[in-house]
Structures are given as structure tokens and as C-alpha cells.
Ligand binder design. Structure first.
Ligand SMILES: Cc1ncc(COP(=O)(O)O)c(C=O)c1O
Length: 374
């Protein structure tokens, strides 16, 4: 059977990975500044992570959500302590799209309304409501187009109010730093004004932290810099360091009922063990402050690069915006310098999403390669 060909692939076959490096089947070593699309948080094949998953697999890997699973409580308590987001409830699922799908569904259940407000250049996933809230017509099938979504320019608070005023919007879904869209972020005043308007018009505020969460920006969540309290926070990617797990934090006033949300695989034993191990490593190795330190170094080092327009993002969710399209440069970095980087909707932006364990010497390696090519 052939594979359904939906991905343009680089001609590289990873066979082994360790910390910030990926090795292909010929033994070529690649520096991973892409993290498998912001997924690898604590580094590839971290020994504590491997041990935790192996140990769990030797006892019980999976049972459905019809029994007690103390690991879910352990994970919830650790998440609360480390994120400093108090009193939320946790629902576990398997991916970022699923997290957003459940968040939007919950907002609709809770408010009784059905429209969504999303932002231009957003990306929230490929399932029903999540893809409808994604600003990319190419990936929205007719069946998804039934969702009613208003797209507003990030930063345009008058436009947000004009939509919410109509009274039929169940949720505003926002990436505080846009990932796929190209790392745009607004000043704090915008986020606080959106949060205030959501309260005023009985609309839930969903912070999509699928990419920016779990310490990627140097804060546990990107929205925390702006001092807002979202009603729902969606998480995935870095949460499992490659093990598929996602979830939503849900404000206490949103009341659950049996059957309201559900999943077969979500929150299974193995997934919980992976996410708990990730949190333990983040704490032990102080990866949040480390991410901020490396970002400072990165910004300083990149200032000397020719053709650089600006450095975007924060922590280890970074982008180098050049004055030319970077597709060729990205290929050269992979095939000639053996460095993985990411792209975005902005053709001039090279995205840097490394494991949070990255060191200064790895940044130096990128800078040397860029100096040479530019
Ligand atoms: C901000 C954001 N939300 C949601 C998603 C969807 O996550 P998943 O691919 O796990 O469904 C992504 C994926 O890139 C993302 O960047």
C-alpha cells in the first residue's frame, strides 16, 4: 500500500536521536533546531524519560477512561504546581487539534453560543472547529466551512469588540505568539483588552498554548507575560516530548457532566508517564530559565548577521526574518550544514524551535553556518 502523499519530505531518514542531535541511517549527525516542530522539549531520548516510559510499560501501558488512573491526578497536580495556574480542571486528549476542538466545544456548551472569533494568520489544527478557526482556506474542506468564524487582525481591538458585541460568539481563540503564522505578538494592552471584552460579552477566552506552552518561551505559558487568565488553555506538543498527548486547562466555573467530553486514548497510563517525566526534567534541569538565557545569547549573536530584518519571538520560540525568502537557505542549512530549522507562513522567516536543552555552542554552530551562507 502506498502512503497518502500529503507531506513534502526532505530526503533524510532519522535512525537515532540524542538530546539536540538527530542521526540519519548513514550516521550523519544533524543539529535539531526544529525540535520536530516544537515537540522535543527536554531533548531526544532523555534517560529519565526513557526510564519512566519503560517502567510504566512494564506495569500497565493503557486502560480506558472507565477506571481509576492515579497518574492523571499526579500529572494534574504537577501541572498546576509548575504552571502556577491555580484551580483549573484538566481534561486529557491526544493532540493539539483535539485539545482545541474540545476547548471550542466546551465554550459552546458553556455559553450556549456557536460562533468563534479567531485571528488572521492563526493555526489551531486540522479537525472540525479547530481547522475552521485556522486562517488557511486551503486546508478547510466544505464540511468544515459550516462553522461560523470571524477572523480579525491581531491587535485590532475595535474589530474584536465589534464582533463580540453581536452576542453570538462562544469563544475567542488566540495564540499569544503566533507559531505557524510567523511569530507575531502584540503589546500586553491588547491581550488584557481582549480578556476584558470576553468577560463583558460572556465569551470564553481560549489560549492556544499548543506550541508556545510547556516552557518554550521561557515562561510556562506565553500568555503569562501579559498577566491574563484565560478560561481555557490548550496544550500538546512539548507536553509529551514526542509521545502523543494533549489537554485543556478548564476554569472552575465551567461545570463538567458525564459524557460532555471523552476519548479512548486520552490520558492513558503511558502518555501520563511521559508527560510527568517531561515536567520532572523541566524542573530538575531548570529549563525555563535556561530557555531565557539561551534566547538572550541568540539575540545578541544574531545582531551581526547580514540581511537580517529582525529577530521575532521569545524564549526558544524564535524566528529570524530576512529580507529574502528563506526556502533555499533552509535547504542549504539541512543538506550542507546539517542543521534542521523551521519555516512559517511568512516566506522570509526562518524558525528556530530547538529542544529546551540547547547550549550556546549550538547557537554558535548556526551563526557560523548563516555567516557563511549570507
Ligand atoms: C498553535 C497550534 N495549535 C494547534 C496545533 C495543532 O496541533 P496538532 O498538530 O498536534 O494537532 C498546532 C500545530 O502546529 C499549533 O502550532
Amino acid at each position: 500500500m502506498s502512503l497518502f502523499n500529503v507531506y513534502p519530505l526532505f530526503d533524510i531518514t532519522p535512525a537515532f536521536a540524542k538530546d539536540v542531535f538527530v542521526y540519519d541511517t548513514d550516521g550523519t549527525k544533524y543539529l535539531d533546531l526544529y525540535g520536530g516542530h516544537a515537540v522535543i522539549s527536554i531533548g531526544h531520548s532523555h534517560p529519565h524519560y526513557i526510564q519512566a516510559i519503560q517502567k510504566q510499560l512494564n506495569s500497565i501501558g493503557f486502560y480506558s477512561n472507565s477506571i481509576q488512573n492515579p497518574l492523571q491526578h499526579t500529572l494534574a497536580n504537577k501541572l498546576e504546581a509548575m504552571s502556577d495556574c491555580k484551580d483549573y480542571q484538566l481534561f486529557l486528549c491526544n493532540s493539539g487539534a483535539e485539545a482545541n476542538e474540545n476547548a471550542l466545544k466546551l465554550a459552546s456548551f458553556h455559553t450556549g453560543k456557536k460562533k468563534i472569533l479567531a485571528f488572521k494568520n492563526s493555526f489551531h489544527g486540522r479537525t472540525s472547529a479547530a481547522v475552521a478557526a485556522t486562517d488557511n482556506k486551503k486546508i478547510i474542506a466544505p464540511i468544515n466551512a459550516q462553522q461560523e468564524v470571524d477572523f480579525v487582525t491581531l491587535g485590532d481591538i475595535q474589530a474584536v469588540e465589534a464582533v463580540l458585541k453581536q452576542g453570538d460568539t462562544c469563544a475567542v481563540i488566540i495564540e499569544c505568539i503566533q507559531g505557524v503564522g510567523g511569530l507575531d505578538e502584540m503589546p500586553t494592552a491588547f491581550y488584557t483588552a481582549v480578556a476584558k471584552l470576553c468577560k463583558e460579552y460572556n465569551t470564553l477566552l481560549i489560549a492556544d498554548e499548543v506550541q508556545s506552552g510547556f516552557g518554550r518561551t521561557g515562561d510556562f505559558f506565553a500568555f503569562q507575560k501579559h498577566g491574563i487568565t484565560p478560561d481555557i488553555i490548550s496544550i500538546a506538543k512539548g507536553m509529551g516530548n514526542g509521545f502523543p498527548i494533549g489537554g485543556i486547562f478548564i476554569q472552575p466555573e465551567i461545570q463538567p457532566s458525564f459524557g460532555m467530553l471523552g476519548t479512548t486514548f486520552g490520558g492513558n497510563h503511558l502518555a501520563c508517564a511521559a508527560a510527568i517525566a517531561v515536567l520532572e526534567v523541566i524542573a530538575q534541569q531548570q529549563l525555563l530559565s535556561h530557555a531565557k538565557d539561551i534566547a538572550t545569547y541568540f539575540i545578541e549573536k544574531t545582531q551581526s548577521l547580514p540581511k537580517l530584518v529582525t529577530v521575532k519571538g521569545r524564549g526558544l520560540m524564535l524566528g529570524l526574518e530576512f529580507d529574502f525568502p528563506v526556502a533555499e537557505l533552509r535547504k542549504t542549512l539541512i543538506y550542507k550544514h546539517h542543521i534542521f530549522t523551521g519555516n512559517s507562513k511568512n516566506p522570509n522567516l526562518l524558525r528556530i524551535l530547538p529542544p529546551l536543552t540547547i547550549q550556546k555552542e549550538h547557537i554558535d554552530q548556526l551563526i557560523a553556518a548563516l555567516q557563511k551562507e549570507l
